[in-house]
Design a protein around this ligand. Structure first.
Ligand SMILES: [Zn+2]
Length: 531
């Protein structure tokens, strides 16, 4: 995100000007632009406060700036001194400090950078020298009280909107509410659907996904999360338990808790249990229905989905691997019982009519199929069928990446150039800003393109690597499988090489002659190309 400049005259500056010491604002602008040039900061806006009022209320430009800072539009603001932002009134200083702090916006002066969320904190109250801790606490309490009453009115008081929504000003009233962002809202709905109902299988049935599978789906679909570059289980879980999606406002969910650790005060934001939060009806529209949301809460609290194998001892070497061809549910082990039947593999869905079979037979079947698959795959390698065009594609992408790198250097040079042209008065300030904005846009796009491309190249290469590695893995499995000590070891090794095995048996038969009347479809763990 770009940076902006804020300049205003102090009373002392005005007096100096009266003595004929030159125009202050343009001098300050030059100093700050020079600073920006040295630091390679992209400047796309200059705010000049013309009126000489000391309070925020009397200064329209700072009001505009603060509202943009609050919305997180700027990485940072360049000023001559922090006091240029607020002087005099402690409440004003509190407002400025809080606004920068909550939106994590930097203040950059020729002497020092202020990062409101690192350096500051305790030190932060040196900000402008003024505010005593006591005053701050009073202001804070008042702010909190104000927030709570806003929450009760259904307004949204957070500085950042939750995923799926954007924060919008309420028409004709103070404060903010939320408006769904169609694309993100679809993702939220999809997460809830996957978690409560399931993902549609090729045969039309649904299979529920746990949090970690949802994370994988989102990442592989390249759906961008808000902050980091990939989805994490915590992010998805937080979405699933956030009542904002049924139109509620939740307050005090993660209150700051200060703790002493290693002689320092550290702040933590533990998640509070729902009953300790304030929940109010929001002014914003829901994204999911109450019914879906409540189902999700039931699943979250009663039965966190974990992969089979973590629940206890694995007794089934095929656990989590074999899937029913008819309904997509996992095939599970029914242990040996007193009727003398051996361990059986059957569909987890009791209504499904896929015929069960002895576990041992299916296990042997999987190994046989794996052996067949391996010899065919090795043959393909020898014939060079797998090398195909991947090397050429990687080379092409690497070339494109080098072009983007060169473009990046050029764009940055051009950005430096705009400063020079401004200094030489070739550009007016307006032309400078215009040009600087355009370059800033292009640099942003270039950065995104380079990131995407290099991620892609890394993925291509590791895919290629994995394709080769599966051969020795399967060979080793087939060698040692029968001497492995237990089902868990066998299961682990199979999972290393198999994504899943789809099982189908239509004919009912006696246990002992069921050796080969089922069909298995193997899905080896092959990195897929993402074309
Ligand atoms: Zn089934």
């Amino acid at each position: 995100m770009p940076y902006c400049l804020y300049v205003r005259k102090s009373r002392a500056d005005a007096e100096a000007e009266a003595r004929g010491e030159g125009e202050t604002l343009s001098r300050h602008i030059n100093t700050l632009l020079d600073l920006a040039k040295r630091r390679h900061l992209e400047i796309t806006q200059i705010y000049r406060e013309i009126v000489s009022g000391e309070t925020i209320a009397a200064r329209p430009v700072i009001q505009q700036l603060l509202s943009e800072v609050e919305q997180g539009l700027w990485s940072g603001v360049l000023v001559m001194e922090v006091e240029r932002l607020a002087r005099g009134d402690t409440v004003d200083q509190g407002i400025v400090a809080q606004t920068f702090k909550f939106s994590d916006t930097k203040i950059i002066t020729p002497i020092k950078d202020y990062d409101p969320n690192n350096e500051f904190d305790e030190e932060y109250f040196e900000f402008g020298l003024f505010m005593s801790r006591r005053e701050y606490k009073t202001i804070n309490r008042r702010l909190q009280r104000g927030r709570l009453s806003s929450v009760k009115e259904g307004k949204y008081v957070g500085s950042q909107s939750p995923y799926g929504y954007k924060r919008v000003k309420i028409n004709g009233d103070k404060g903010y509410t939320l408006e769904p962002l169609p694309e993100e809202a679809d993702v939220v709905r999809m997460i809830f659907e996957w978690y409560t109902k399931g993902e549609k299988q090729s045969d039309g049935s649904f299979r529920r996904l746990g949090v970690s599978l949802i994370v994988r789906r989102l990442n592989s679909l390249k759906i961008p999360p808000r902050k980091s570059d990939h989805w994490s289980p915590a992010t998805v879980r937080d979405i699933l338990i956030n009542p904002v999606y049924i139109g509620k406002i939740r307050w005090n969910w993660r209150p700051d808790v200060k703790k002493m650790a290693g002689g320092h005060v550290v702040k933590e934001r533990p998640r509070a249990p729902l009953e300790k939060c304030t929940i109010a009806d929001g002014l914003h529209p829901p994204i999911v229905s109450n019914e879906v949301f409540n189902t999700a809460q039931d699943f979250i609290s009663s039965n966190p989905p974990r992969p089979i194998g973590e629940r206890g001892t694995v007794k089934n070497p095929l656990a989590g691997i074999v899937v029913c061809a008819k309904c997509g549910h996992r095939m599970t082990r029914r242990p040996y019982n007193q009727n003398g039947y051996p361990d059986t593999l059957l569909c987890a869905d009791t209504a499904c009519d896929n015929v069960s079979c002895s576990l041992h037979h299916v296990e042997r079947g999987v190994l046989d199929a794996l052996r067949d698959w391996l010899s065919e795959y090795k043959l393909q390698w020898e014939n060079g069928e797998n090398k195909d065009s991947s090397d050429a594609i990687v080379a092409m992408k690497e070339k494109a990446l080098r072009r983007l790198d060169a473009e990046y250097t050029t764009l940055n040079k051009q950005l430096d150039n705009t400063h020079d042209l401004l200094e030489q008065s070739v550009y007016t300030t307006e032309q400078f800003l215009e040009r600087s904005r355009k370059l800033s846009e292009r640099i942003k796009k270039n950065e995104a393109d380079r990131l995407a491309l290099s991620t892609d190249i890394v993925a291509d290469k590791s895919r290629e690597e994995a394709r080769k590695q599966i051969i020795p893995k399967v060979e080793r499995l087939l060698d040692v499988y029968d001497v492995l000590p237990n089902a868990k070891a066998k299961n682990d090794m199979l999972k290393e090489v198999l994504e899943k095995v789809v099982y189908l048996k239509t004919k009912k038969g006696r246990w002992n002659n069921a050796a080969d009347d089922f069909e298995l479809t193997l899905y080896p763990k092959m990195p897929k190309s993402n074309k």
